[in-house]
Design a protein around this ligand. Structure first.
Ligand SMILES: Nc1ncnc2c1ncn2[C@@H]1O[C@H](COP(=O)(O)OP(=O)(O)O)[C@@H](O)[C@H]1O
Ligand SMILES: [Mg+2]
Length: 356
């Protein structure tokens, strides 16, 4: 799939932009703080409806204005599609609304119409950092692949937040209410675990293959899903009631899942070299891309924010080569890279995009 046209109004530092990207690799080059990452963020939002970096969505609306708009025209396997995401400031906070082909739709029907794989510097901690990063990795791909996954996730997170508030409350929690929350959690929790397990199985195979190719076949990378609980969700929740009440926190459920990464049986996060960890991260990202492409029959759009500069030339080249066959990719950089095979290079200065 690819974006054929992108229009921004009052998004971040862009007052107005009408941009026609090329198929293939588009490189955004320019000094810092000009709007390169902002543009990439807008492209990602057309797929995910969410920013990959804003802490508060009000940041997305250009200072001094009330409403930001991202419009896109994309070519996907089944034809052309028009997308629009609007973020408005209201007294009660920000409000987002979504359109597909001119008709207003809810978030779940917008999400995943186009799909992206994003790779930002924070992802370089995917192996060495905490489990929340790895859950975000799973959710990011799965929510784009399946509206059902997204709905289950949203429901699960809502009930977990309620249950957590109950457990943390000043008074002893109402047992009946606690058990009612547990009942509500079982179905979405089991669905999330099943979807993650199937996805991780596919990603693991691809990751191990890519890792082996890059590091030499002597090293075997194992990626396994570490669900919480390992067994039946309803049973585990029932068995944990007393300890959850005592600890005043939710101990059981896929909000505590993780991925286990091992090289030849040794945990990579604790014992791997930085080189091994980085290679594993790149392999995971390429695998995410491959699985999304093979599951949908349509290559996702690849968004790379400032990451190639963090890598040595060999790894950067290996990464781009490995995702070879992408239909469209966008890459930001402060210095024009040596030959990366760009279809177009765009200079971004003060929120103006022009062909180099
Ligand atoms: N809501 C906003 N309104 C106006 N300017 C913004 C807003 N959010 C971010 N900016 C500006 O965008 C610039 C950063 O853009 P960014 O795309 O991150 O830069 P880079 O080109 O280095 O990737 C900063 O100058 C920042 O002040
Ligand atoms: Mg940037």
């Amino acid at each position: 799939m690819r974006l054929e046209r992108v229009r921004l109004a009052d998004f971040r530092n862009y007052a107005a932009l009408d941009f026609t990207p090329e198929a293939g690799l588009n490189v955004f080059v320019g000094p810092n703080a000009q709007g390169k990452s902002n543009l990439l963020e807008a492209l990602a939002m057309l797929a995910t409806g969410k920013s990959f970096r804003a802490h508060r969505e009000s940041e997305l609306i250009r200072s001094g204005t009330e409403r930001a708009e991202i419009g896109g025209e994309a070519r996907i396997a089944v034809g052309a599609i028009r997308l629009r995401c609007t973020i408005g400031r209201t007294p009660a906070g920000t409000r987002k609304s979504f359109e597909v082909n001119g008709g207003s739709v809810g978030f779940a029907r917008f999400l995943g119409r186009t799909r992206v794989v994003t790779f930002v510097p924070a992802d370089l901690q995917l192996v060495s950092g905490g489990p929340a990063l790895r859950r975000t990795f799973l959710n990011g791909a799965l929510a784009q692949l399946s509206p059902t996954y997204y709905r289950d996730l949203a429901l699960y997170q809502k009930v977990i937040a309620q249950k957590s508030a109950l457990l943390r409350g000043a008074i002893a929690p109402d047992r009946d209410l606690l058990l009612a929350y547990n009942d509500e959690l079982v179905r979405p929790a089991s669905a999330l675990v099943a979807a993650r397990r199937a996805f991780v199985d596919e990603v693991a195979a691809a990751t191990a293959e890519i890792y082996g190719r890059w590091r030499g076949t002597r090293e075997r990378l194992g990626v396994t899903y570490a669900p919480n609980p390992e067994g039946d969700v309803a049973e585990a929740l029932a068995g944990a009631v007393e300890s959850e009440v005592r600890r005043r926190s939710t101990l059981i459920g896929p909000h505590r899942d993780d991925l286990r990464l091992l090289v030849d049986g040794t945990p990579l996060a604790a014992f791997g070299s930085q080189g091994q960890q980085r290679t594993a991260v790149l392999a995971l990202k390429v695998a995410e891309y491959d699985v999304m492409r093979s599951r949908t029959g349509d290559a996702p759009i690849l968004l790379l924010d400032d990451v190639l500069s963090e890598l040595d030339a060999e790894r950067a080249g290996g990464f781009l080569g490995a995702v070879g066959g992408f239909e469209q990719a966008f890459l930001t950089t402060t210095e024009l890279p040596r030959d990366v095979g760009a279809a177009a290079t765009w200079s971004i200065l003060a929120a103006t995009v022009s062909r180099c």
